[in-house]
Design a protein around this ligand. Structure first.
Ligand code: ZN
Length: 246
């Protein structure tokens, strides 16, 4: 651990009551949810299913190959036993202390809410929410997990039940994006963690920040490093746990 960076992070967090956190896949990998965009995710998808993850998680693939779409989605994208890690827990604590205004996440696993966070903007939706394409009836994750070998159909009308996640080729929910822009442009401190900031719309959103301190917590280099006031090259969970305190 680089104490100096962590002390600086602790100080920045200590001084602000208007923090926004923006997180990507790296926040969830510490809860053992693999990043499907990683090399192993790509390898696993291609060797097991014969397609790239981005292909199988696209709108056209869902429409044209629903059986394979659900096989991949239900078996590879859902981790019902995953638990919040130190990062999720520290962020929930900061919100409780009225220091953190919102968590903006690219993850679809619902772990921030499970840790106790209330203001969570899910840019890419959530696997915990599912709905019938035909009548709009809502279904939870347990219903979906009963259909790991087939296509989930609505109990009311027989329509296909799909996850409320944003697939490739689909647009983001503009209300969520607008809210994310608002929180970021009003934030005093923006902490960005576990994202290389290359996946849309992450990079664009960061540009809305006009506050005092931009903090990046990332093990790898990003295009935004030169704009950051502080870069922490550490695990997000370990860094936030240290900076927020037990
Ligand atoms: Zn229905």
């Amino acid at each position: 651990m680089k104490m100096n960076e962590l002390e600086q992070l602790r100080q920045i967090i200590g001084e602000s009551t208007n923090i926004v956190f923006f997180g990507g896949a790296g926040v969830s990998t510490e809860s053992n949810i693999p990043d499907f965009r990683s090399e192993s995710g790509l390898f696993n998808a291609q060797s097991k299913y014969g397609f790239r993850p981005e292909t199988m998680l696209s709108h056209s693939f869902f429409i044209n190959h629903p059986q394979q779409f659900f096989e991949y989605h239900l078996n590879e994208m859902i981790f019902p036993d995953a638990q919040p890690n130190s990062a999720h827990i520290a962020l929930a604590k900061l919100e409780q202390q009225r220091k953190l205004r919102a968590v903006i996440t690219q993850n679809i696993d619902g772990l921030h809410q499970l840790a106790g966070s209330r203001k969570v903007l899910e840019l890419h939706g959530s696997v915990l929410r599912n709905y019938c394409l035909n009548c709009g009836a809502k279904y939870g994750i347990d219903f979906m997990l009963k259909h790991r070998q087939d296509i989930p159909h609505c109990l009311d009308c027989g329509g296909i039940v799909r996850p409320d996640v944003v697939l490739y080729e689909e647009g983001l929910d503009s209300r969520v994006v607008d809210a994310a822009e608002r929180y970021i442009s009003n934030a005093d401190v923006l902490i960005v963690g576990g994202t290389s900031l290359v996946v849309y719309p992450a990079a664009g959103l960061i540009n809305y920040f006009r506050g005092r301190k931009l903090v990046l917590i990332n093990k790898s280099v990003t295009d935004y490093d030169r704009k950051a006031d502080l870069i922490v090259r550490d695990s997000i969970g370990a860094a936030l746990k240290y900076a927020v305190g037990e």
